[in-house]
Design a protein around this ligand. Structure first.
Ligand SMILES: O=C(O)c1ccc(O)c(O)c1
Length: 273
């Protein structure tokens, strides 16, 4: 575990925004800084699928990134007190975020389907997959999110499931709206769904985000841009899949998560960084 390991609570820790006179607060300056770092990467020719941990345009990463080597733990000891999940602990209906209350949540109903795979393309079965996200208006139910967008009384934005024998997972949910955050002036996060994979024990937990195709905010988002390899960025974007869509009911997206190897999915916090 590292201090960067992040759940729904910690996702809202912001730095105080700098004042309007601060040069780094303009989007143009931020874009320049992001482009400079990407250029350095391109020149280095190094394949890099994981994000810069202390990426200045993403302000909180300066505070939150791990500064010490990973802490080695004895896997047997950790099993004595870490939480563990089995198939029976997670109900099938917990993967449908649209039926948690008496009423229908507002927004575009979607299904996200995918597989969890290892670096050789083998399915990773029986994994706890948890998601959390903003509602259709871009609002989280969280005390630190007080921006003036409505809370949906029929939507918590939280769900979970266990992967099947073929590594598959599936969530029915509402497409999240873009989220305004305080990283810099007029900062909006592209619509995204947070994913946590538990691993076979707590020390393996990894956290990432899934995005939606063609989002105009990608180029402006320091979290997305903190991944300098364009291919690694693209792997975080789900694909629209018409076969997953259902007639007059929902739109379908496909998104696979690869745990290791050169096609590894970007992770923002896991026990390996
Ligand atoms: O780093 C953050 O502050 C932060 C806040 C909310 C999010 O949805 C997010 O992805 C990051």
């Amino acid at each position: 575990m590292t201090d960067k390991d992040q759940g729904p609570e910690e996702a809202f820790v912001h730095l105080t925004p700098k004042g309007p006179d601060d040069a780094a607060d303009t989007q143009a300056d931020l874009n320049q800084e992001m482009a400079r770092i990407t250029e350095q990467y391109d020149a280095s020719g190094a394949p890099e699928t994981q994000p810069r941990l202390d990426y200045a345009p993403y302000r909180s990463s300066i505070l939150r990134h791990p500064t010490k080597d990973p802490h080695h733990t004895d896997p047997e000891t950790i099993e004595l007190y870490a939480p563990a999940f089995g198939e029976r602990d997670v109900h099938r209906l917990e993967s449908d975020l649209t039926i948690q209350s008496g009423g229908e949540p507002i927004g575009e109903r979607i299904k996200i389907r995918g597989r969890v795979l290892d670096g050789d393309g083998r399915p990773v079965r029986n994994q706890l997959v948890e998601i959390w996200q903003a509602n259709a208006a871009g609002r989280y139910i969280h005390k630190r999110d007080q921006h003036p967008a409505p809370i949906d009384p029929n939507f918590t934005g939280v769900g979970r499931c266990i992967t099947g024998d073929d590594g598959s997972y599936e969530f029915v949910t509402i497409k999240p709206g873009p989220y305004p955050w305080k990283n810099h002036h007029n900062a909006w996060r592209p619509a995204h769904v947070h994913f946590s994979l538990f691993g076979t024990d707590f020390t393996q937990r990894m956290i990432t985000q899934m995005y939606f195709p063609s989002d105009p905010l990608f180029a402006l988002d320091p979290i997305y841009q903190s991944i300098v390899d364009p291919k690694a960025r693209e792997r975080l974007v789900a694909e629209y899949d018409h076969d997953v869509s259902e007639h007059e009911w929902l739109l379908g997206y496909k998104w696979d998560i690869v745990l290791s190897g050169s096609n590894r999915t970007w992770t923002e916090g896991d026990s390996n960084v």
